[in-house]
Design a binder for this molecule. Structure first.
Ligand code: ARG
Length: 484
């Protein structure tokens, strides 16, 4: 019907090539809600009569209840809804598209879909953060080697390491929340690109749909997709965080490290080597992060050369973005399950904290207690470490090193020995954010508070949406019930 007057019949292959119907199944609910808000606003503004609004709304409500059967021949969700509405309500269905275009409609549906998807993703990220926090709480004093350049550096604790990942994820979560805040604006009423000569009320539809405001400029409203780029970029960054955790677990579960024992439920075996226990899910996670980066590159490239306003290219972007969100979400969920069931091998972790890892704190101690310049203390311990390589420990070689360099030692061998245990090193740390138990307790408290706040904010966003959309449905039912 849409094409008849202007173009006549299309080639089947063209229809198939241009259809977005598969993806559009995800938009049905939002398309119907958006249409209800639009029709109510048209009625309030006297653009259509209450009787017409009632007939259209009762049709939309019926579709909302009974579901929309999208056909392969439907070009997109918007045309499918119009077709089905026409079957239910007759010609009055044709009034629904007054002062509206598929261009503002699809931008609206996508923003509504993304609100829900982002909330779901935030929930999954919060769950993962909760797992990290729980592990940290259980391992405040479980020492482990901290690394730089993947070379043993200084002793830290499992809690310290897990909280490092926790904070990185909390920033990822913040980025997703910020993207949500910026996208929660309604493009509806922008129409094809220039607005309309009907006296619509864009702020009213925005309010009915639970948006915090409108996208003011009508060309911007239909042409821009930074509201999809931003969540995607946030997903790409979060995927880096997840992939790094996955990589560490892969490494730590090797016989060479032996720091953790992965739960067999999350491992695969080999079809040929009977002894194998492989971390396949973590490897896939590492690989899938690359798909999210690819999605971001794809999206940026799709958008960079589009002149204003709407171009059909935009249709191609939506599945790319939603796939990336799902990739990250499922990875976050999987990682939470794996981490939550991982056993940390305290004995192996402690054994790996070899004595030379106390070198830094020994140098600090010499500088603090013996009044040595740090640079001199550094050189002294470096000398001791070099001597220890030929056999012995740093503690044993310290005196010899001091003599060779002509330096006075003010430390007892006993104090040095005590410092050079992994526990001694960790306890000696006193700065804010360090790996000492006292510092970690403060951090844990802060982390718990942040997690609670983010969770409360998520519940509030979800409840706000539910309230608005329930009220919209209720209002639609009220009008539909009053046939005039
Ligand atoms: N399926 C289209 C999309 O996702 C809907 C908008 C179509 N608009 C148009 N002018 N052809 O972008």
């Amino acid at each position: 019907m849409l094409r008849d007057a202007r173009l006549g019949k299309a080639d089947e292959r063209f229809l198939h090539y241009t259809a977005s119907i598969d993806f559009d199944r995800r938009l049905v609910r939002y398309d119907l809600l958006g249409s209800m808000a639009h029709v109510l606003m048209l009625m309030e503004r006297g653009i259509i009569t209450r009787g017409d609004a009632a007939r259209i709304l009762s049709g939309l409500l019926e579709l909302y209840r009974g579901g929309v059967e999208l056909r392969d021949e439907d070009e997109d969700v918007h045309m499918a809804v119009e077709r089905l509405l026409h079957a239910l309500a007759g010609d009055v269905a044709g009034k629904m598209h007054t002062a509206r275009s598929r261009n503002d409609q699809v931008a609206l549906d996508l923003r509504m879909l993304l609100r829900d998807e982002l909330n779901r993703l935030c929930g999954r990220m919060i769950e993962l953060m909760r797992v990290l926090l729980r592990i940290a709480e259980q391992h405040i004093e479980t020492v482990m080697p901290g690394y730089t350049h993947l070379q043993r550096a200084q002793p830290v604790t499992i809690a310290h390491h897990m909280l490092a990942h926790f904070w990185s994820l909390s920033r990822d979560l913040e980025r997703l929340e910020q993207a949500y805040r910026r996208l929660n604006r309604s493009p509806l009423g922008a129409c094809a690109l220039a607005g309309t000569s009907f006296s619509i009320d864009r702020r009213r539809t925005a309010e009915l749909l639970g948006f915090s405001g409108i996208v003011e400029n009508s060309q911007d409203a239909v042409a821009s997709r930074d509201f999809m780029l931003e969540p995607l970029a946030a997903c790409a960054i979060a995927s880096v965080s997840l992939s790094r955790i996955a990589e560490e677990l892969i490494l730590w579960s090797t016989s060479e490290f032996g720091f953790v024992e992965l739960d067999a439920r999350y491992c695969s075996t080999s079809s040929m080597m009977p002894q194998k226990k492989n971390p396949d899910a973590l490897e896939l996670m590492r690989a899938r992060s690359a798909k999210v980066f690819g999605a971001l590159t794809t999206a940026l490239a799709m958008l960079k050369a589009l002149p204003l306003a709407y171009n059909r290219d935009l249709q191609e972007l939506s599945p790319v973005v939603l796939d990336a969100l799902e990739t990250l979400g499922s990875s976050a969920e999987m990682l939470g399950a794996i981490l939550g069931s991982t056993r940390f091998r305290r004995d192996r972790l402690r054994e790996a904290c070899s004595q030379e890892m106390g070198a830094t704190l020994l140098a600090e101690m010499l500088a603090r207690e013996c009044g040595m310049e740090f640079r001199r203390a550094h050189a002294l311990v470096a000398k001791a470490a070099a001597l220890a390589e030929g056999g012995g420990s740093i503690a044993m070689c310290l005196q010899e090193a001091a003599e060779e360099l002509g330096l006075e030692l003010c430390l007892s061998a006993e104090a040095v020995e005590k410092l050079l245990t992994p526990e001694g090193c960790v306890q000696a740390l006193s700065s804010e954010g360090s790996a000492s138990a006292a510092s970690l307790r403060r951090q844990l408290e802060h982390a718990r508070q942040v997690l609670e706040e983010r969770e409360a904010a998520l519940r509030e966003r979800e409840a706000g949406l539910r309230r608005a959309l329930d009220a919209l449905l209720e209002y639609s039912r009220r009008v539909a019930g009053v046939q005039g």
